[in-house]
Design a protein around this ligand. Structure first.
Ligand SMILES: NC(=O)c1ccc[n+]([C@@H]2O[C@H](COP(=O)([O-])OP(=O)(O)OC[C@H]3O[C@@H](n4cnc5c(N)ncnc54)[C@H](OP(=O)(O)O)[C@@H]3O)[C@@H](O)[C@H]2O)c1
Length: 215
């Protein structure tokens, strides 16, 4: 049994690419940005025609998981309560010197990976790091990079059951999932990590991380 319904928070380049890719795989998609759902109609007609616009506070209702695709600098505007008890895929990255909310910077200064910082902030949410180390261009179903070996996408999680759910989604999207040891290993997926934006098959991805683990 595959994933049937997902929510995507963030309707920009990454969020709409995932929405198109998921819709191509037969998955129902709810999507939200900062604007009220009724103001998303023309944006979605162009970028994610099969997705259903909802208000951000309703993104977790009646879905199996939510993908977080909002810039990290905007995370203070995401209501933590609306994501309570949710399986959340943290697909965010810090881009160069993007300013961060104080709690985020504080967690990084204490040595946490970005996903551990997000897990600490969204303390009632089950956070898994995935889908951040592939560009929106390559994620898009129509333009997905074709390689001889199926491209692998990594999953960093402290919870094997949550990781397995995300692995199912990744398979449905047409990629090979690779489960890493824990959430802390999500560091390897970050912009300065070994596999960020690298087109690798599963074996090469594992080798790249084990050879030179970032954490
Ligand atoms: N671009 C990529 O190739 C790529 C790939 C993987 C991961 N990522 C990561 O995904 C995140 C988003 O990147 P992007 O390139 O998609 O950025 P983007 O094109 O600028 O889109 C950002 C989206 O987030 C929405 N947003 C901002 N604050 C929000 C909030 N509080 N609640 C709901 N939605 C909110 C914005 O809504 P409005 O338009 O209504 O303001 C916009 O739709 C970043 O962390 C990035 O590093 C990007």
């Amino acid at each position: 049994m595959g994933i049937k319904k997902i929510g995507i928070l963030g309707a920009g380049r990454a969020g709409t690419a995932l929405a198109r890719s998921a819709a191509s795989a037969g998955i129902q998609v709810k999507i939200a940005g900062t604007r009220p759902a009724r103001q998303m109609k023309y944006h979605l007609m162009q970028y994610a025609p099969h997705a259903l616009a909802v208000n951000a506070g309703d993104i977790a209702e009646d879905v199996e998981l939510v993908a977080l695709m909002v810039p990290q600098e905007d995370l203070d505007d995401v209501d933590t309560g609306s994501l309570a008890d949710v399986l959340l895929i943290d697909a965010t990255n810090r881009w160069e010197d993007e300013p961060l909310p104080p709690w985020f910077q504080d967690s990084l200064d204490r040595g946490l990976s970005s996903s551990e910082a997000i897990a600490e902030h969204f303390s009632q949410t089950r956070v898994v790091k995935a889908l951040n180390h592939i560009s929106h261009w390559d994620l898009d179903a129509d333009r997905a990079t074709k390689t001889e070996a199926q491209r692998a996408l990594a999953i960093a999680s402290d919870n094997p059951r949550d990781a397995a759910v995300v692995a199912t989604l990744i398979r449905q999207l047409g990629f090979a999932p690779v489960q890493l040891a824990d959430l802390a290993q999500g560091r390897s997926l970050e912009p300065l990590g070994e596999i960020f934006n690298e087109v690798l098959g599963a074996e090469d991805l594992v080798q790249r991380i084990t050879k030179d683990p970032a954490c």
